[in-house]
Design a protein around this ligand. Structure first.
Ligand code: ATP
Length: 595
């Protein structure tokens, strides 16, 4: 709370003290007023003024504290958003985002910041603090009658409050626990029933009933464990509250008895009766305790995430690189296995790409083409060997990473304007840069269709629209071209053109190779006809680089590449399409390479 806003914390504590003091004065002055009216007539006016003043000050301070709580809440929520964003983005790679437990916890924490926690928890935490302060006022008043009774009541309320908090903690922990296997699965199934992106398939394959039943089964199984834990924590909470009620009754009985015996004055009797009730501020506080517990658990969860996810090595911001110049890539004896996996994707892989060369990487499904690109982009560290972009490690050096512009097959469709989709990584670029990038990606017609660079590419927004798969791919390509114009030294297209028809893909790749001449480019595609104009073709196989030469040389060599290329070409010819003018090119899709 202090970190989010020191001013709100200090002001809040001042108000808490004011509330505590005004509570004490209200109880004591009103009791003295009753006693004065009842017979001793001592300074009726003075006690009346004190009572009224305290009764006015207290609600004003409570309301101002509620207002401070809201401002404080906003500051805390902002801070928590920033901390969560830092947790998600601090590590240089993306392994933590693929770790099911860490990403589940991150998603849960984010949901919490956006939900109830982000709205009321801090206000309720302040409420619980000032209620405890009113409890201290009540304790001091009770002490005027009997310190023993005050201490016993404090103990009973405190034990009951602790038992209730333990119960709430269990409850809230279960609510916060998005990381359990069953919890994640239940959430996932729930999302399938609600999300737009899967709505089509859910209807098409009539999955609704099946998903509902499946979700219910998993949810019930998860609930069973939760209910058992809750019941276990609820029993001591109930038992201690019974003891607390009996103890409070006994204290009231004793107080009345003392008054009956004449050992307690009217003022003390009236004040102490009020104080007995106010001692409940040390006990269970219902929703206030619940929210305050949630705030505490949330802070703990974020702290745990911070220590769990902050994995070394932290990236260094190296000295600026020669922006705009083609980069050289050296992969030397690199082996790599995904975190938590024993089987390596590749072992002892070596590949040298001189600056300015265009290279196509081809190979069957799962051989590791995309994984190699992820390593080049610095998203994972290699398990062994060295991988360098212009002599620097892209996993450890931010400047080296910025030299690599990649459009992956699962590129992001930003629900932002067309301009932002193209220029997201280059904020200083102008509209002309956006048009140039769109032209280079053969996407000028996308601009013509949506009408403006400002059009949101999401029909959910006013004036927004959606694009076809192929149009999205060309917009993503335009983003890559914009990155090149802004100084990236290696441009990688990892099959972002798979949804395009073969003619458009060939056109884009040709244009791409032409407009990036002199740059280092890497193309990954299953359509061999599309990549054959690259300077060099590298065929990846289970044992690393299996073939590595130009298209013509590989064809003459009559190896694996030649066989795959001829098979694609023959399928293409059999399909009767006239898309490929020289009849030497590949077919509709990636028949061979995908098998
Ligand atoms: N995040 C991941 N965690 C664990 N294994 C992964 C992950 N991503 C990919 N793999 C595995 O690594 C291997 C290489 O995958 P990769 O995506 O690099 O292949 P690819 O050659 O690009 O395939 P495709 O042609 O189908 O795109 C595959 O066996 C895949 O199952």
């Amino acid at each position: 709370m202090w970190r989010a806003s020191a001013a709100a914390t200090v002001f809040g504590w001042i108000l808490v003290v004011v509330i505590g003091v005004s509570t004490y004065v209200t109880m004591w002055a009103s009791a003295r007023l009753v006693a004065a009216l009842g017979g001793d007539h001592s300074d009726v006016h003075g006690w009346l003024v004190a009572t009224v003043a305290a009764m006015l000050v207290q609600p004003v301070a409570v309301n101002v504290l509620a207002w401070v709580g809201e401002a404080h809440q906003a500051a805390v929520t902002r801070g928590q958003h920033a901390r969560l964003a830092a947790v998600a983005n601090a590590p240089h790679g993306i392994a933590h985002l693929e770790d099911a437990e860490a990403s589940g916890r991150l998603a849960g924490a984010l949901g919490d910041v956006r939900g109830q926690f982000g709205l009321t928890c801090i206000g309720e935490a302040w409420r619980s603090i000032y209620l405890r302060t009113t409890g201290i006022a009540a304790l001091l008043i009770l002490g005027r009658w009997s310190w023993l009774a005050a201490a016993v009541l404090l103990l009973l309320q405190w034990v009951s409050g602790r038992a209730f908090t333990a119960y709430l903690t269990q409850l809230q922990r279960d609510l916060l626990d998005n990381a359990s296997h069953q919890g994640r699965r239940a959430h996932y199934l729930q999302r399938l029933l609600l999300e737009k992106s899967v709505g089509k398939e859910v209807r098409l394959f009539a999955l609704t009933d099946h998903l509902l039943r499946w979700h219910e089964t998993i949810w019930r199984a998860a609930q069973l464990g939760i209910e058992n834990r809750r019941n276990k924590a609820l029993r001591p909470a109930l038992a201690t509250s019974v003891v607390m009620v009996v103890g409070t009754g006994a204290a009231v009985g004793r107080l009345v008895f003392d008054a009956w015996q004449g050992t307690v004055s009217t003022a003390v009797l009236v004040a102490a009766l009020q104080a007995v009730g106010a001692m409940s501020a040390f006990g269970p506080l219902g929703d206030t305790s619940s929210q305050a517990t949630r705030a505490r658990l949330f802070a703990e969860a974020v702290h745990d995430l911070e220590s769990q996810v902050a994995s070394p090595p932290v990236a260094i911001a190296g000295p600026p690189t020669d922006s705009g110049r083609a980069a050289e890539i050296c992969v030397d004896d690199v082996s790599f296995a995904y975190p938590g996996r024993e089987t390596p994707v590749f072992q002892h892989l070596s590949l040298h790409i001189p600056a300015g060369q265009s290279v196509a990487v081809v190979g069957v499904n799962g051989v590791g083409k995309s994984t190699l690109i992820k390593l080049l982009a610095g998203l994972y560290p290699s398990s062994s060997g060295t991988l360098r972009v212009d002599g620097r490690d892209p996993f450890a050096d931010d400047a080296a990473r910025r030299r690599v512009a990649v459009i992956f097959q699962d590129f992001v469709r930003y629900h932002l304007s067309l301009r932002e989709n193209v220029l997201l990584g280059v904020p200083d670029a102008s509209d002309d840069d956006a048009y140039a990038a769109l032209r280079a990606a053969a996407a000028s017609d996308v601009h013509d269709r949506v009408g403006s660079l400002d059009t949101p590419l999401d029909p959910g927004y006013d004036g927004g629209t959606d694009l076809s798969g192929g149009q999205w791919q060309r917009v993503a390509l335009a983003r890559a071209f914009a990155a090149v114009a802004a100084g990236a030294g290696v441009l990688v297209l990892d099959e972002p053109t798979a949804a395009l028809d073969v003619r458009v893909e060939a056109e884009i790749f040709e244009r791409f190779l032409e407009s990036t001449r002199g740059m280092t480019t890497i193309l990954v595609s299953h359509r061999l006809s599309s990549v054959r104009h690259a300077d060099r073709i590298v065929v990846l196989g289970p044992n690393g680089v299996e073939e590595d030469s130009s298209h013509d040389e590989l064809l003459s060599a009559g190896g694996e590449y030649a066989a795959m290329f001829r098979l694609q070409a023959s399928r293409f010819a059999a399909s009767g399409s006239t898309d490929e003018p020289d009849g030497d090119q590949s077919g509709e899709h990636d028949e061979v390479m995908s098998q």
